[in-house]
Ligand binder design. Structure first.
Ligand code: FAQ
Length: 311
């Protein structure tokens, strides 16, 4: 039986009225949001690592400036999302501590390496492309601060995906060797990108409850299908081979059929055993520790200013 508070809450959700920080909400709704928004924020920040790795090696000044701006945008996305999570009563420091202790996750995709310049194009096109499909849906999520953060993030993310496709197109239309690199990047990145949408609906732990609360607006499998449907024509346009022999247009349901990723690999990666998990966490923790003097300096300055005001 639902309490009056729960009934009122669910009525708001059902009528697409946003839930705001000071509204009553079920404890599990709050916990689920902190988990998802926190994980989302961590992904933005950890996601800077594979790309940041290539800033000093970008092939031209223009590509370098674009990549620099994109990686900086990701830091901004992390900040909007940490701020949205903070409205639920958890601090950014607490979330970062949980990440560093391995008690919070970040997207599986960032545990794969970026081996060459084609991979950076592929991250923009395929990874940001997948992120957008998910985030466009989340603009309608029931929690106000999360929904509003998504609007701005989607605008910036669209630019990221376009620059990625542009860089990738140059490779696909380039020399034989560039074409080979582009195909190789696509082949390696494809299945990890499909994993970004989470396990199949049948295996999703939080899916059903999160849909009832409209934290999630579309299911993992629905979004994955939407991504495949939008990406295959882009692959064809580039004149590259499709990365999966199982891809075929299905006349009857008007969607592409495709093969599922190796779910055993997915669960290994999210348990911390992907190709780059240890490197990523080591780099994040080192960045946090190396930045301690900046945080100390800012705090000391703020305290001095506050003391001056009192005097
Ligand atoms: N990676 O019950 P479900 C970006 C976990 S884009 C790691 O279905 P849920 C932009 C899940 O937490 C990437 N873990 O979970 C960028 C749960 O474990 P738990 C960030 C995953 O939450 C581009 C368990 O599996 N975007 O950063 C993943 O209902 C380039 C069972 O799964 C978002 O985070 C995964 N892929 O649905 C930045 C979008 N999938 O917590 C830089 C917001 C599942 O019980 C460069 N998040 N798990 O221990 C969501 O939409 C959802 O959280 C899903 C998962 C769809 C990811």
């Amino acid at each position: 039986e639902m309490s009056d508070e729960e009934r009122e809450f669910q009525d708001k959700v059902d009528n697409d009225i946003k839930i705001e920080p000071r509204d009553w909400m079920p404890e599990d709704y709050r916990r689920t949001l902190i988990r998802q928004i926190g994980q989302h924020a961590h992904s933005e920040v950890v996601g800077q690592l594979p790309e940041g790795n290539w800033i000093t090696r970008a092939p031209t000044l223009e590509r370098k400036a674009i990549l620099l701006a994109k990686v900086q945008d990701e830091a901004g996305h992390g900040l909007y999302l940490y701020s949205a999570a903070e409205t639920l009563g958890v601090s950014r420091d607490e979330m970062i501590e949980l990440l560093h202790e391995g008690k919070m996750k970040y997207s599986s995709i960032f545990n794969y390496p970026t081996l060459n310049w084609a991979d950076i194009g592929a991250v923009g096109w395929l990874v940001d492309g997948a992120a957008i499909v998910n985030q466009v849906a989340l603009q309608r999520t029931s929690y106000g601060p999360y929904a509003r953060a998504m609007v701005r993030i989607c605008k910036e993310e669209s630019f990221h995906a376009r620059q990625g496709y542009d860089a990738f197109m140059k490779m696909a239309q380039g020399s034989k060797e560039q074409r080979r690199m582009a195909q190789d990047a696509l082949n390696r990145m494809w299945f990890p990108c499909l994993m970004m949408f989470g396990p199949s609906d049948a295996e999703s732990v939080h899916g059903e409850q999160s849909m009832a609360w409209k934290i999630k607006v579309k299911s993992n499998d629905e979004l994955r299908q939407q991504y495949v449907d939008q990406t295959i024509p882009q692959i064809d346009y580039l004149g590259l081979d499709r990365p999966d022999p199982g891809i075929e247009w299905n006349e009857e349901c008007e969607h592409y059929d495709f093969s599922m990723p190796d779910w055993k690999e997915f669960f290994d990666v999210i348990k911390g055993n992907g190709p780059c998990n240890r490197d990523r966490m080591r780099d994040r923790v080192a960045a946090w520790e190396d930045g301690q003097w900046v945080r100390d300096g800012l705090l000391a300055h703020a305290r001095k200013r506050a003391a001056q005001k009192v005097a």
